[in-house]
Design a protein around this ligand. Structure first.
Ligand SMILES: [Mg+2]
Length: 241
């Protein structure tokens, strides 16, 4: 007997696209652009300092490049309007975003197929509202999602890894957590909490980012890509995709 499945919810970062690789490329391009308008510092030194800024002020902080210039030796930007250096970095960062922000091919294919089934396709994502919403739009997957099933922690007011987040999202849709899957890459944020509220969990091991992190509980399934997910949906839940 196949199990019943009402909904499948996805994490965004490093589940639907490679956040880590994308961020690395975007930062490199930003640093190169700042150097090209005259910033006198080596690429490696600049990247190292930028990583420290992001680590200290969080990735969602809005003034990474201003801080970066403050921290570099005075001579690095002497005689140049710092706003030009910052703008060069920001433009290069955004240009990378327009060019490179894409879901993995298998993610696109499987989401598209899922959209033709009655299974609810949702998002439960941790982060700033507009930033996460922008990713959904830019990744061109919105058309495959169920509009009422998109949840961002900043809007809900509860963040990962609080299990209440998952409970609330499922109850907003009047669904039974036992008939809902969550797919994510971080064992602590994406597997333990939905397990605690009785959801079915799928750990996406593709990025390898949390390879050495072990949660308190085990996922129900593990996948390397969304073709693995498709197999699980077909075999265990008889989803016609
Ligand atoms: Mg993630």
């Amino acid at each position: 007997m196949p199990r019943k499945l009402d909904a499948i919810f996805f994490d965004i970062d490093d589940t639907l696209f490679s956040t880590s690789v994308f961020a690395e490329k975007a930062r490199r391009n930003a640093v190169d652009a700042m150097i090209s308008v005259g910033l006198r510092v080596s690429r490696e030194e600049c990247i190292k300092e930028l990583k420290e800024v992001i680590h200290e002020f969080s990735s969602n902080y809005g003034h990474h490049f201003d801080k970066l210039i403050n921290r570099l030796p005075k001579e690095a930007s002497a005689g140049i309007n710092p706003a030009i250096i910052v703008a060069a970095g920001v433009v290069a960062y955004h240009e990378t975003k327009y060019r490179e922000l894409k879901v993995y091919d298998d993610v696109y294919e499987v989401l598209k197929a899922l959209a033709a089934t009655p299974v609810v396709r949702g998002i439960i994502s941790a982060g700033l509202t507009l930033k996460q919403a922008e990713k959904i739009v830019r990744l061109k997957i919105y058309e495959f999602l169920t509009p009422s099933a998109i949840f961002i922690t900043d809007q809900i007011g509860i963040s990962k890894p609080n299990p209440k987040l998952y409970e609330k999202c499922v109850s907003y849709l009047n669904l039974d957590p036992g008939n809902c899957i969550y797919v994510g890459d971080n064992p602590v944020n994406d597997i333990d909490p939905p397990n605690k509220v009785g959801m079915i969990t799928v750990r996406n091991k593709r990025s390898g980012r949390f390879a050495s992190v072990h949660g308190e509980t085990q996922p129900d399934f593990e996948i390397r890509d969304f073709y693995d997910l498709r197999e699980i949906l077909r075999k265990e839940f008889a989803v016609p995709i």
